[in-house]
Design a protein around this ligand. Structure first.
Ligand SMILES: [Zn+2]
Length: 109
C-alpha cells in the first residue's frame, strides 16, 4: 500500500512540477513508508485542492438518528440499524402500515 501511495504521489508531483518554470524548487517533502517525495509550491497547492475536493463514494451523509456516517447503499445505519433520510422515512412509514402478506385466494397453491 505504501509503495502504491508513494508512486502515485511521485507521479502527481512530477505531473504538476512539469508545468512549473524550470528550476522551481521543492517547498515540501512528504515521506511515505520511508520514501521522500518532494513537492513544488504548485504541486503542494494542487495536492491540497485534490484532497479537499475528494468525495468518498461511501459517504452518504450522517444518520438522522445517531449521527453515524456509516450508512449503506440502502441508507441503513450500520451503528443503530435504522434507515436514514427521506428513503428511511418512507421505509419506516411503509413498514408501519404493513399488515403481512394478503390471505391466499381460493385455497389452491
Ligand atoms: Zn444511526
Amino acid at each position: 500500500m505504501t509503495d502504491d501511495l508513494a508512486a502515485a504521489l511521485r507521479q502527481f508531483a512530477a505531473r504538476i512540477a512539469a508545468l512549473d518554470p524550470p528550476g522551481s524548487a521543492a517547498v515540501v517533502e512528504v515521506t511515505v513508508g520511508g520514501t521522500p517525495v518532494e513537492l513544488t509550491g504548485s504541486a503542494a497547492r494542487a495536492l491540497c485542492e485534490a484532497l479537499l475536493s475528494y468525495h468518498d463514494p461511501r459517504d452518504r451523509g450522517a444518520c438522522d438518528h445517531c449521527g453515524s456516517r456509516r450508512l449503506d447503499d440502502n441508507f441503513l445505519c450500520a451503528d443503530c440499524r435504522q434507515p436514514s433520510g427521506v428513503f428511511g422515512q418512507l421505509i419506516r412509514e411503509r413498514a408501519a402500515r404493513y399488515d403481512g402478506p394478503p390471505p391466499a385466494v381460493g385455497g389452491q397453491p
